[in-house]
Design a protein around this ligand. Structure first.
Ligand code: ATP
Length: 204
């Protein structure tokens, strides 16, 4: 069965943490491809100073030459708010026989109950959660704890299945787009944090 990785985010801008997570899911779970999908108008946060198309272009530039990693502009081109539930549904319609394996970081997981139609979302693919510094798993809401307990399986190629949730085995990476933007605003060198650092000059 074809296994398609989905990694959505604002990517404002893309950083090495994002790229490493995409590689981890591709390699550990032997995914045929991982689609990085920059959001157009994200419902959860104020719009960025940088246009969706610009964020997409940086994602594309950052993963050039990375086997199996694909920049997908479907959300950037969509009018109105972008909801993950719509994106996963559309991807499943495009590839009805594929298993969708989607990834979020621990900070997103802790907020998941605020996402549009979040319970339905969990039934649309296999969810991978990546650990992130400063975001502990304790203190989960009762709703999320219950879903996790019911759906959790150890991540490996045999357990991948629609409706399940696993923790991705990935390094803890203390990098964020916020840090990149803050460092740029202070005029600091971000070349250790993102491959597209040259293109970011004067953008934030
Ligand atoms: P910002 O600092 O602007 O909030 P971000 O670094 O969290 O940005 P996003 O594009 O919002 O980047 O993240 C996309 C997805 O990747 C989210 O699910 C987020 O949790 C996850 N993610 C980003 N960076 C990391 C990281 N260093 N470790 C684990 N997950 C991460």
């Amino acid at each position: 069965m074809q296994k398609i990785g989905i990694f959505g985010g604002t990517f404002d801008p893309i950083h090495y943490g994002h790229i490493e997570l995409a590689r981890c899911m591709r390699d550990q779970l032997q995914l045929n491809e991982v689609r990085l999908i920059p959001t157009g108008l994200p419902p959860h946060r104020p719009p960025s100073r940088v246009s969706p198309q610009q964020r997409f272009d940086w994602v594309q530039a950052a993963i050039t030459g990375e086997a199996g990693l694909i920049a997908d502009d479907r959300e950037v081109l969509r009018e109105g708010y972008c909801y993950t539930v719509d994106t996963l549904t559309e991807l499943q319609q495009d590839t009805p026989d594929a298993l969708l394996v989607w990834l979020i970081g621990a900070d997103s997981w802790l907020n998941l109950t605020r996402w549009h139609r979040w319970r339905e979302l969990l039934d649309l693919g296999h969810l991978l959660i990546a650990a992130r510094p400063d975001y502990a798993f304790d203190g989960l809401s009762a709703d999320l704890s219950e879903e996790f307990a019911r759906r959790h399986v150890i991540a490996n190629t045999d357990t991948l299945s629609r409706g399940k949730i696993s923790l991705l085995s990935s390094p803890l990476m203390p990098v964020s787009s916020t840090l990149v933007r803050e460092m740029l605003a202070r005029g600091e060198d971000v070349s250790a944090l993102t491959p597209v650092w040259r293109q970011l000059a004067g953008k934030y």
